[in-house]
Write a protein that binds this ligand. Structure first.
Ligand code: PLP
Length: 393
């Protein structure tokens, strides 16, 4: 039975396997003894191998040892957990914050503990799987609105008036690389007394003058977004997820979010790395500027060549190909040329929208990006994706 299921996955070109790296996640990585230019990392600011972060982990291990020894409510909370949570609250300009073991657990635990079967959750059609799972687990009625479509959201909100409700959206969409119109969402929510939750997993450390995420990017008034979720695992190069908001929200989650309560706390070393990373991203806006310049350059080069890529001021460049088999072929050819670009297929994206997801790092060198762009264009031509007319030659 399991073998039949696997055969079906393979027949649809959707079979996936693990790759095991042998080096830190820097712009150049080692896989199977060979070096590749990494173009698929979420470590946007290139901090995964940062000396200051490594030292923070080593110092914490020497002081606190390795495992945390228990769940947060029993024996797993340390003084540095409190320091990190206060730091996140200050960074997000909220009253309080709570660290979960992963961003996935933050979404699942928060949504499922707040909403119940009497609630309605309005959810963007391209929201991350962890949001979808949180909605499912809550038992609430989930109403999916068209991606970024505020008219559709407004219609649906009006249709379901009178019930406790939540609007939830990715801030920076993880595979399309576009940005939710958070100010419009907040305005709709205020009018109807609905809670707003924004998942800034990819926006944290990336968007906004101080890297605060979408609220920072749009210059929203503090407290506009009721529930600001984010992760420590992407730009911050650590591990863990967080929720920031009012003190009452955090107190509630501590008491009710099952993914927070029933899991061993992150190791003190991981918390120490997050603390140090938070200090770095707050004090080093230069690397965000380099990141945006790198990403803007690659995006405009590939768009000019004729690839199907949306325009967006983010480091996620989604090159949509449609067919999963073609996407895998493209990715494999790039790998042969020394470029690591992962093929994103269903169930991660809707059917018919398989793509290469290129993500840019602040630490990429322009020369490396230029040769990558050249190889991607050549491969696009070779596979017949770029026509003669718009092949950028
Ligand atoms: C990565 C991601 C998560 C999950 O965060 P982890 O810390 O990796 O578990 C949640 N939401 C979005 C939009 C993401 O991209």
């Amino acid at each position: 039975m399991i073998i039949d299921k696997l055969e079906e996955i393979k027949a649809h070109a959707l079979y996936r396997q693990l790759n095991y790296f042998e080096s830190p996640q820097t712009p150049h990585v080692i896989l199977g003894g060979k070096e590749y230019l990494m173009l698929s990392s979420n470590s946007y600011l290139g901090l995964c191998n940062d000396e200051r972060l490594k030292q923070a982990a080593i110092t914490a291990i020497e002081k606190y040892g390795v495992g945390s020894g228990g769940s947060r409510l029993i024996t797993g909370s340390y003084d540095i957990h409190r320091k990190l949570e206060q730091g996140i609250a200050a960074f997000k300009k909220t009253e309080a914050a709570l660290v979960f073991n992963t961003g996935y657990m933050a979404n699942v635990g928060t949504i499922s503990s707040l909403a119940d079967k009497d609630w309605v959750i309005f959810s963007d059609s391209l929201n991350h799987a962890s949001i979808i799972d949180g909605c499912r687990l809550s038992g609430a009625e989930t109403v999916v609105y068209r991606h970024l479509d505020m008219d559709d959201l407004r219609d649906k909100v009006e249709e379901y008036q009178g019930r406790p409700a939540l609007i939830v959206t990715d801030g920076l969409f993880s595979v399309d690389g576009d940005i939710a119109p958070v100010p419009d969402i907040v305005e709709i929510a205020r009018k109807h007394n609905i809670l707003v939750m924004v998942d800034d997993a990819h926006a944290t450390g990336v968007l906004g003058a101080s890297g605060g995420g979408t609220s920072d990017y749009f210059g929203l008034k503090d407290g506009s977004v009721d529930i600001q979720m984010g992760t420590l695992s992407k730009a911050l190069a650590s591990e863990g997820g967080f929720v920031a908001g009012k003190q009452c929200l955090i107190d509630y989650l501590i008491n009710r979010a099952r993914s927070f309560i029933f899991s061993t706390a992150l190791a003190p070393a991981t918390i120490a790395v997050s603390l140090e990373a938070l200090a770095i991203i707050s004090s080093e806006p230069e690397s965000r500027i380099t990141l945006n310049a790198n990403a803007g350059w690659v995006r405009s080069e590939l768009r000019a060549a004729g690839f199907d890529i949306i325009d967006s001021p983010t480091p996620i460049i989604s090159l949509i190909l449609g067919d999963p088999a073609l996407t895998v072929r493209f990715s494999k050819k790039l790998l042969e040329e020394g470029l690591y670009v992962s093929a994103i297929r269903p169930p991660t994206v809707p059917h018919g929208t398989s793509r290469l997801r290129i993500s840019i790092m602040a630490t990429h060198k322009r020369d490396d990006l230029a040769s990558a762009v050249k190889i991607i264009k050549e491969t696009g031509r070779e596979l017949g994706i770029l026509t003669k007319k718009n092949n950028g030659v």
